[in-house]
Design a protein around this ligand. Structure first.
Ligand SMILES: Nc1nc2c(ncn2[C@@H]2O[C@H](COP(=O)(O)OP(=O)(O)OP(=O)(O)O)[C@@H](O)[C@H]2O)c(=O)[nH]1
Ligand SMILES: [Mg+2]
Length: 99
């Protein structure tokens, strides 16, 4: 069984610099659907990545676009320890809630 089918949770990473984040998100979801529609039912966290590489303005544009798709959107940067801690905690909480 492919790893993606075994995993309990999907972290859907979208580059903060993405020009069309909604389209990127939907492209991946469509690939999942074609591969195995059950993947669409899995827990999913949308994660905006590499936030240190974009302006505050860009971040303020991309967050609401993705929040429209899913209420909970997290941000991440390798250079932001707090964002990593929040992500880890969110994964733990989600898995606990699911169990
Ligand atoms: N500036 C910055 N660089 C990052 C960050 N996360 C990963 N990188 C760098 O981006 C490159 C690709 O790392 P990956 O772990 O593949 O990250 P990714 O999110 O899959 O990024 P891409 O492969 O570039 O799409 C490496 O050189 C990482 O060091 C981040 O938050 N900020
Ligand atoms: Mg990569």
């Amino acid at each position: 069984m492919p790893h993606v089918e075994k995993t309990e949770i999907l972290i859907h990473c979208i580059d903060a610099a993405a020009e069309n984040p909604k389209k990127i998100y939907e492209t991946v979801r469509n690939e999942f659907k074609q591969f195995n529609p059950l993947l669409l039912n899995k827990l999913e966290i949308i994660l905006i990545t590499k936030t240190d590489l974009v302006s505050e303005k860009k971040l303020k544009e991309i967050i609401p676009i993705l929040k429209k798709i899913k209420k909970e959107v997290l941000t991440y940067s390798l250079y932001n320890q707090e964002s990593i801690a929040v992500l880890k905690q969110k994964i733990k909480d989600s898995l606990k809630a699911k169990a």
